[in-house]
Design a protein around this ligand. Structure first.
Ligand code: SAH
Length: 462
């Protein structure tokens, strides 16, 4: 059947072509079109003229690889080491930072235009002064390569480990800590986990460091219950890593892509670290979600809070609240804050965090945000502001409907995915809401393609 339906495609595999790059996809690949047929080409930037070879052909698009440049973009940054583009540490690292910020603003604008929402404005992306070495957390796989234990990063779309020592976007103390851990694992001949056989011990090293507190947490994720020489390794790390506060063994014996398992053994210290955000103390445990760019998170939250227009008299719902970071920051400016989150441990942390900061006008509930919203609505809760900060898949439809039925006057939407943001804006419009301010992108992940933004929706009579 397939063979009979053969269609003529504008390119063939292994064919060499020359063309002009006209666009950059949300994944950071250059686009060349031949008769409307797109060819995606890594490390090619808009405006560049290139010669490329076609590496893969499908019915609707093809992939290519740059062979040479006839004209380069003035936005191009020459990387010393191409591996950083390929590993996905800095997929936008070939674009200067100003152009990255424009790219992110444009991503949102383009999706709005496609949805015929071109009257909604998007502000320039709020960037960082120093867009490197910002991450407060690292999770690196451990593998055996030619008989040697290595830490590094996976090549994009694969599980091939590229050994790396400088991760460019992580706190340098974290990079140094990973090396100290790697050296101890080598010294005691700890066997890296092998995904194919399911054998071996160490799978992943996770390191977190408090931006203000400087406290360091090391999590050794093992496939086995026992970590040989755990005491020796821990003692060496305590000696070598400055401000090491805690070492935890996390057991993950499942054949899964999930990095962490559910069982933790504390090998040293309290099992948690502390840090601050907007002056509020937070306890962070190995499994809890905590924003990875502390400087930009403060700006993101400040933007969200400023847009909420709080004067101390309002009732606020923080849906998808995690460990309560937004809820507790908002609590100082509101009468009452309700938080809902699906992970029970995160809610336990949120309650603990409220107590530690002597904040007593918050209430945290474990549950699905969409179900809890419907419950609050039935119970007659009348919030003045709803703040949502959902994962990439966006909001559950029931949540939007419940918000509409509650007639919440104002919604602050913190989004990490412009595609689902635009979809949800349309659903909110069906409930009588309108975007009343330009959307503010905030760059939480410099050098990567991630786009974070704050949108204000209000119920207005039209
Ligand atoms: N506002 C927090 C967390 C944002 S991340 C912060 O800034 O730190 C999104 C959170 O949504 C995660 O904690 C995730 O566990 C949670 N989550 C995912 N699906 C959910 C759902 N259906 N209902 C409630 N929470 C959910």
């Amino acid at each position: 059947m397939e063979a009979i339906m053969k269609v003529k495609l504008p390119v063939n595999k292994n064919e060499k072509k020359t063309g002009k790059v006209i666009d950059l996809t949300y994944q950071g690949n250059g686009v060349i079109k031949i008769d409307h047929y797109p060819i995606f080409i890594p490390n090619a930037l808009p405006g560049e003229k290139i010669t490329f070879v076609v590496t893969k052909v499908t019915r609707h698009f093809a992939w290519g690889r740059v062979l040479s440049w006839q004209k380069k973009s003035s936005d191009r940054v020459e990387l010393k080491d191409q591996r950083y583009l390929q590993t996905g540490i800095t997929p936008l690292g070939n674009l200067n930072y100003e152009a990255q910020l424009r790219f992110k603003q444009h991503q949102i604008k383009e999706l709005l235009d496609k949805a015929h929402l071109d009257d909604i404005k998007v502000l320039p992306t709020m960037g960082m002064a120093k867009p490197y070495r910002y991450r407060n957390k690292a999770q690196v796989p451990v593998k055996l390569i030619r008989g040697q234990l290595e830490t590094g990063f996976y090549r994009r779309g694969s599980h091939d480990l590229v050994p790396i020592e400088d991760y460019l976007i992580q706190d340098p103390v974290i990079d140094a800590t990973i090396l100290a851990v790697r050296n101890q694992l080598r010294k005691y001949h700890i066997q890296p986990y092998d995904e194919r056989t399911g054998r071996g011990c160490i799978r992943t090293v996770m390191v977190r460091r408090g931006y203000y507190s400087h406290e360091v947490m090391v999590v050794l994720v093992t496939n086995t219950k026992k970590l040989p020489h755990a005491a020796d390794i821990t003692a060496a790390l305590v000696e070598q890593v400055p401000d090491l506060k805690t070492v935890v063994q996390n057991i993950n014996d499942q054949k899964t892509n999930r990095l962490l398992g559910t069982t933790n053994h504390t090998l040293f210290g309290p099992g948690t670290i502390q840090d601050r955000l907007l002056g509020i103390k937070f306890t962070i445990s190995p499994l809890s979600f905590y924003q990875v760019n502390p400087q930009q998170t403060e700006r993101l939250y400040q933007t969200a809070i400023a847009n909420a227009g709080l004067d101390g008299s309002q009732t606020v719902i923080d849906a998808y609240c995690g460990i309560g970071t937004i809820s507790l920051a908002v609590a100082q400016h509101a009468k009452k804050v309700y938080g809902v989150e699906i992970v029970p441990e995160a809610i336990a942390d949120a309650k603990e965090n409220a107590k530690n900061n002597h904040i007593d006008n918050t209430e945290f509930v474990v549950g699905k945000a969409e179900e809890q919203m419907a419950k609050w609505q039935k119970a007659g809760l009348k919030p003045d502001v709803l703040i949502v900060d959902p994962p990439r898949k966006g909001l559950g439809e029931e949540l939007i409907e419940a918000a509409g039925q509650m007639a919440v006057p104002k919604i602050i939407y913190v989004s990490c995915n412009p595609a689902t943001l635009v979809r949800d804006i349309q659903r909110f419009m069906d409930q009588g809401y309108h975007v009343t301010k330009p959307i503010q992108p905030v760059d939480q992940f410099p050098q990567t393609t991630h786009v974070e933004s704050v949108t204000v929706l209000e119920r207005t009579e039209k």
